[in-house]
Design a protein around this ligand. Structure first.
Ligand code: PLP
Length: 369
C-alpha cells in the first residue's frame, strides 16, 4: 500500500534529476576519487563540482567538508571546542530545542570537562534572547542554534544569535539541516551543518561549512581525506547527488516555496480545529505541528495507515522518548501525546493534503466521539 507521504522533515524523496545524475557514478564511473589515474581524476572533478554546488548556497568565506551525515558534520563542528578549551573557554550553550545531533553531543561534552547550558525558548519555541545574552560570557566557547526546528518548524533569529555569540568571543554553530536550500543560512555563523536527504538528495551524506581560519580536529583518522579531518574514501555518487540536490534547490527556490506555502495554507484551513504548536509567523511553512486535546496519537497513527506522518519528531518517536521540543514550549505530557507533525514538500499536491486531512480528521473525530 502506498501512503500519502507527509513526513518531509524526516526525509524527502530523491529528486529524479538527482537520481539520474548519481547513476553513472554507481555504474561505469566507479573510479576512486583519490586515485591519480584518469578515472580517479574524473571522479575527483565530479566531487569538486558538487562541493561548489553545495558551497553556492553558503557564505563565501569558508570551506565545505563532506561527511556521512549531518550528525557527523555536527560532531565534527562541536569538536572545535577542544581547540578553544586551550583558551580556558569551557562552556557550550545550545538551544534546549536542538535536534539530538546537537543537544546530545553537547551534553556528552558536559561529561568531558565542559559545561553545557541548555538555552530556554518561549512558548512559541523562539529563543529567549535576554536569557541567551545573560548565559554567555568569557567562558563561552560555542553557541549552537538551529535555523529551522525539525519538529515545530520554528525559524530562530540565527543571525542575531551569531552576533551575540561573537560579542562573547564564542563560535556559532548553526544546524541548518531543515532550512538549507529553502531559506537563507546565517552569513555570520562560523560552522553550518546540512544533510542530503532533507533536500531531495541521497541519504548518508552531509556537509559541514567552516569559516576560514577555524581549525577543526580530525574526527576520523586515516588517509587524510577531506582536508585531513574526515578520512575515508568519498562516494562520488553521494557527493554528486548532494551537489545536484543543492543546485536544484537554488534554481527552484521561489517555485518550491510558493508551492509549499500554498499546501500549508490549505492544511491550516483543513486543520482549523487543531492548535498549532510553536510560532505561526516565524515558521517554515513546510512544517505543521498541531495537537487536539484528548487525542491518542499512537492510536491515530495506526488508524490512519494511508498517510505517512509523524508523532512529534521522527527521532523522538523512534526512540520512544517524549518530545523534548514540545516539552520545552511548556506543553503538558497529554498535549505532547496529542500532537502530530505533517511535513509538506516539493512532490506533494493539494489533493494529497486534502485526502490526508480527511482521513486524519475522520479518525480523530471517531476517537474523540
Ligand atoms: N539536525 C536536524 C534539524 C535534523 O532534522 C536532522 C535529521 O533529522 C539531523 C540534524 C540529522 O541529520 P542526518 O540524518 O543527516 O544525520
Amino acid at each position: 500500500m502506498t501512503a500519502i507521504y507527509l513526513d518531509n522533515q524526516a526525509t524527502t524523496p530523491l529528486a529524479p534529476e538527482v537520481f539520474d545524475a548519481m547513476l553513472p557514478w554507481l555504474k561505469d564511473n566507479f573510479g576512486n576519487p583519490h586515485s591519480p589515474h584518469v578515472m580517479g581524476r574524473q571522479a575527483a572533478a565530479a566531487v569538486e563540482v558538487a562541493r561548489e554546488q553545495v558551497a553556492a548556497l553558503l557564505p563565501s568565506n569558508g570551506r565545505v567538508i563532506f561527511t556521512g551525515s549531518a550528525t557527523e558534520a555536527i560532531n565534527l563542528a562541536l569538536g572545535a571546542v577542544r581547540n578553544i578549551s586551550a583558551q580556558e573557554r569551557n562552556q557550550i550553550a545550545v538551544l534546549d530545542t536542538e535536534h539530538a545531533a546537537v543537544r546530545d553531543t553537547a551534553l556528552w561534552y558536559d561529561t568531558q570537562g565542559f559545561e553545557t547550558t541548555l538555552l530556554p525558548v518561549d512558548p512559541q519555541g523562539l529563543v529567549a534572547m535576554e536569557r541567551l545574552e545573560a548565559s554567555l560570557g568569557p567562558k563561552t566557547a560555542l553557541v549552537g542554534a538551529m535555523l529551522v526546528n525539525n519538529e515545530i518548524g520554528v525559524i530562530q533569529p540565527v543571525e542575531q544569535i551569531a552576533e551575540m555569540a561573537h560579542r562573547a568571543g564564542a563560535l556559532m554553530l548553526c544546524d541548518a539541516v531543515q532550512g538549507y536550500g529553502r531559506i537563507d543560512v546565517p552569513q555570520q555563523a562560523d560552522l553550518i551543518a546540512l544533510s542530503g536527504h532533507k533536500i531531495y538528495g541521497p541519504k548518508a551524506i552531509g556537509a559541514l561549512w567552516v569559516r576560514d581560519g577555524i581549525e577543526l580536529q580530525p574526527m576520523v583518522h586515516g588517509g587524510g581525506q577531506e582536508q585531513g579531518v574526515r578520512s575515508g574514501t568519498l562516494s562520488p555518487a553521494l557527493c554528486v547527488g548532494l551537489g545536484v540536490a543543492a543546485k536544484l534547490c537554488a534554481e527552484r527556490r521561489d517555485e518550491d516555496m510558493a508551492h509549499i506555502a500554498n499546501l500549508a495554507d490549505r492544511a491550516h484551513n483543513l486543520f482549523g480545529d487543531w492548535t498549532v504548536n510553536g510560532s505561526v509567523d516565524q515558521r517554515y511553512p513546510g512544517n505543521l505541528n498541531i495537537r487536539r486535546d484528548g487525542l491518542d496519537v499512537a492510536r491515530l497513527m495506526s488508524d490512519v495507515r494511508g498517510v505517512a506522518f509523524s508523532a512529534g519528531s521522527a527521532c523522538a518517536s523512534g526512540s520512544g522518548r517524549p518530545s523534548h521540543v514540545l516539552a520545552a514550549l511548556g506543553l503538558k505530557p497529554a498535549e505532547i501525546k496529542s500532537s502530530i507533525r505533517l511535513g509538506f514538500g516539493r512532490y506533494n499536491n493539494i489533493e494529497e493534503v486534502e485526502q490526508a486531512a480527511d482521513l486524519i480528521n475522520q479518525a480523530a473525530e471517531k476517537q474523540l466521539s
